[in-house]
Write a protein that binds this ligand. Sequence first.
Ligand code: AMP
Length: 587
Amino acid sequence: MLYSEIADAYEKIEATTKRLEMTDLLVDLLKRTPKEIIDKVVYLTQGKIYPDFVKLEIGVAERLAIKALAHASGRRESEIEEDMKKSGDIGETSQKFIAQKRQLTFFQKPLTVQKVYETLDKMAHASGSGAVDTKISLLAGLLADATPKEAKYIMRAVTGNLRLGIADMTVLDALAIAYGGGKETRELVERAYNISSDLGRVAKVLAEEGIEGIKKFKVVVGEPIRPMLAERLSSPEEILEKLSGKCIAEYKYDGERIQAHKKGEEITLYSRRLEDISDQYPDAIELLRRHVLAKEAILEAECVAIDPDTGEMRPFQELMHRRRKYGIEKAMEEYPVSLFMFDALYVDGKDLTLEPYPVRRRVLKNVVREGERVKIAKSVIAGNIKELENFFLEAIEDGCEGLMCKSVNEDSVYQAGARGWLWIKYKRDYKSEMTDTVDLVVVGAFHGRGKRAGTYGALLLAAYNSENDIFETVTKCGTGFTDEDLAKLPEMMKKHVISHRHPRVHSLIEADVWFEPKVVIEVLGAEITLSPIHTCAVNSIRQGSGLAIRFPRFTGNFRIDKAAEDATTTSEIVEMYQKQLKKIAES
Ligand code: AMP
């Protein structure tokens, strides 16, 4: 298959503002792809060459990409940099410079997908002292054979700026249509993805073996399972009602979620976004080695920073010190962690994901030997409002965010990759003012004036509508940013800039700059109101109105641990709005 076919498809996908059209274009591309390489095409389309849990990235810094382009186009680096200041996009600049060069070239080999993939793969594997030169020459070699349009997408892909914003869910839709025999098979395909977290492999098995192959997917140690997520309610009455009167209420610890995969002495930790974060927590690995009794296991825990002097829990933000390549020993000393185990998904040959939660918890208790720094999440079985309320207060007092209330019913399976009502978060109450923060996706920006000229004056923020897999605007936020935040924002957002509203973003407001939905920030607002201009939960409270957050303020936290799809959902905002109304009525 020629890479130009992919580039053509990307160009069309990039031009659309309609979600369904995007899926159709993807279906078309997948159908035209030879089955043997469909996994590669799926990875490439997401700007990757492997699933997230494989610790290999193409990882080309912009500086290096510019050098490669200089080689391939015969232009000076300074000229390229100059042009990039205008275009703001290495893809566009590459397209232009390669086009100008082309007129002088007589002989070119057409690029195949295989060739592009193999070269990117070699780049990802380059290591040691000559790695930089190797990467430059490999990339320059690709560019020498690329058409201008191909150069654009190759350069965007290697620098991590593909900007197509195609969600996993869209790829699953397209796969079910192209190879599953229709939308009815979507659920099975999704389950295979949820337990393997490998979209490329799912695509390949589906294309080659059909839906029967998909049914054979199993939970395997070493392949992270997509995490189960919780819905949110803020009154114990409603929680108990949803959970048929009884639940296991657990402390909701404020740390980083980890999924630990143990195979003998070998332990790998995956983040909530399924990246291998083992290097950040050698101490957690050691703790698990000592405290997990099973030979093979997949367990989940919240990893919490603790005060080395008092042993008390510290806020999530302190774990940021662990996100580093060097000096992890020192960070480990200054910011030690404890583990609070809360689920068992697989133990010694047995897949537990389809077992009810009480069974999984029992297994967890059997395989974890508790110690000072490894504990099973503190819990009670709560059957009435008083019990739940008391335990909630205790959790807050102990420095937790609130409770996780979990279903104990027969059907309380581990819903991999899904947000559902089997787990319900119970966080602090919403008063007539919002006291709780929300995590919103940056989908657009407005140019700043005066003191803020050259940076953004405000950001357009959206909540996630998980039902339709779209992002709906809920507020415009320009407060709470330090000068430092402001200075780094355009640089940070640069790689997500797109030329028009993203098809998965619903907005009635015209932003000056649009972004693909990727970056999540934490915001505190004053209250939630009905709004004629925001699209969040439009028509769900009143016909023609959406919901908006008034007086939003950035808290200073970039939620880099969250993907756009992990942002606060529109239904959570509705819930918060209703709570607020009730409070006002009561007061
Ligand atoms: P949120 O990030 O607000 O959607 O809340 C869900 C997160 O709470 C999970 O991803 C876990 O990282 C965290 N968490 C803390 N304690 C627990 C617990 N006992 N059970 C499940 N999740 C927990």
